[in-house]
Design a protein. Structure first.
Length: 94
């Protein structure tokens, strides 16, 4: 991977069709590489348990944000944050 501190990586439901335990391991390994290279990244994921993995727990400068999505009849999606979940899971850089 050629990313660095000037890179931005966006993912949406990476490995959504892969078995959950394997998905957690793969995504946390990807996070470790991105974190080490100081890449800014945003993962939209169903793998909420990622934050409990020891590898992820050790990462510094990591911030978790939960977003509420509202779907309107017009087809418009509205994303809002912070949600109440942020109070429990947010970890700001020190």
């Amino acid at each position: 991977m050629h990313g660095d501190k000037n890179s931005l990586v966006l993912t949406d439901e990476m490995l959504a069709s892969t078995e959950v335990d394997n998905s957690r391991r793969i995504v946390s390994a990807i996070m470790e590489v991105l974190n080490r290279k100081q890449v800014t990244y945003l993962f939209a994921t169903h793998l909420l348990e990622l934050i409990n993995l020891p590898l992820v727990q050790k990462m510094e400068n990591l911030r978790y944000i939960s977003m509420k999505v509202s779907n309107y009849d017009s087809g418009c999606l509205l994303y809002t944050s912070p949600s109440p979940r942020d109070k429990r899971q947010s970890r700001m850089p020190s």
